[in-house]
Design a protein around this ligand. Structure first.
Ligand code: MN
Length: 338
């Protein structure tokens, strides 16, 4: 597959993804796995070979258990620059949604050491690839094997080979064992207590739960209300502004529990009502992602996670002005909404 398909599928005036460019291969080839929250969450497994990223879309998180065979649909080659891509592919564009780097590292082509040595590209043509991964999460030998089904789709299996890094029943590369994660908030809390870094725990958690259905759009209430009296800026203006900058803002907010400063009446003078909100009220819609963390007194607090444009607009529509990312017990960066 050439980069032509990659190019054809994308409008580079609208997506922040890198342009199609062939590059010189590195001495030490690398792999990357991107967690892609598209209409269906999947993991894009990519191997650098011949100046491009040979790519497969894996619907479930790769496993270290040799008994677990992950379906991997071969997709178009991506440019090498794509390995650094994380961010939001805007709505209406191909693959719209948040892309995060789930794992990366160098790899060795195991086919090169066989009596009939092959490159990765030759291995792909033959339907059998073996690599040794040196990632933060994925470690050891993995095989990609093409299925010989009647389906026209280029379906493969991603399988952990038996070696020292193989774990039976493991869900990820951290040696965590057990069944698939079903309750995001509980696992999130447990992971915090165990002292693991947030980035390595939240993502897989968010990954494995079916998301509640999103509305196509958020209904705006009192859109004509003046939020900034001096400049006659209405709530509708503010909402449209956030819709516009969502693609830039969301990567900074994604998967971070937030505290909200709410000004239901906008900035109408000094006495304008406002309050701080950590716990999200029970009437908030079920599709808003949430995380449970203990408060100082140990009581659980349910924070909102601003992972998508709809949630951001819902909160702005509620009159949220500041969104503060929670970091430990203190708020970190503050985003002024308005
Ligand atoms: Mn993808």
């Amino acid at each position: 597959m050439a980069l032509e398909t990659y190019k054809q599928k994308r409008n580079f005036a609208k997506t922040p993804e890198p342009r199609a460019q062939r590059a010189v291969s590195h001495q030490k080839p690398f792999f990357v796995v991107q967690e892609h929250h598209a209409s269906r969450l999947h993991y894009d497994f990519r191997l650098e070979a011949d100046g491009v990223l040979k790519s497969w879309a894996v619907p479930k998180q790769p496993s270290h258990d040799p008994a677990v065979k992950r379906l991997a649909a071969r997709v178009e080659d991506h440019p090498l620059d794509y390995a650094d891509f994380k961010g939001v592919i805007p709505k209406g564009q191909y693959g719209a949604g948040v892309v995060k780097i789930w794992d990366r590292g160098s790899y060795e082509n195991k086919l090169a050491t066989k009596p009939q040595a092959q490159t990765v590209t030759e291995g792909i043509e033959a339907g059998h690839v073996e690599v040794r991964l040196h990632g933060r999460k994925l470690k050891g030998d993995f095989a990609l094997i093409r299925m010989n089904g009647r389906s026209k789709k280029d379906n493969w299996l991603l399988i952990k080979m038996k070696d020292k890094q193989a774990r039976s029943g493991s869900a990820d590369g951290n040696g965590r064992t057990g069944r698939e994660v079903t309750n995001p908030t509980r696992v999130y809390t447990a992971a915090r207590r165990s002292g693991r870094s947030r980035s390595s725990t939240v993502s897989p958690v968010a990954a494995s739960i079916p998301k509640p259905l999103h509305p196509r759009s958020v209904e705006f209430s009192h859109a004509n209300k003046i939020m900034f009296p001096e400049m006659r800026i209405t709530k509708r203006d503010v909402l449209h502004f956030y819709e516009k900058i969502a693609a830039r803002l969301l990567p900074h907010l994604c998967d971070r529990p937030v505290t909200l400063e709410r000004l239901p009446e906008g900035l109408a003078g000094k006495g304008a009502p406002y309050f701080w909100q950590k716990n999200i009220p029970p009437y908030y819609p079920a599709w808003i992602p949430r995380a449970e963390l203990p408060s100082e007194t140990g009581k659980p607090v349910h924070y909102a996670l601003v992972n998508d444009c709809e949630t951001l607009l819902y909160l702005v529509n509620q009159g949220a002005r500041d969104i503060t990312k929670r970091c430990g017990n203190k708020g970190q960066a503050v985003y002024l909404l308005g």
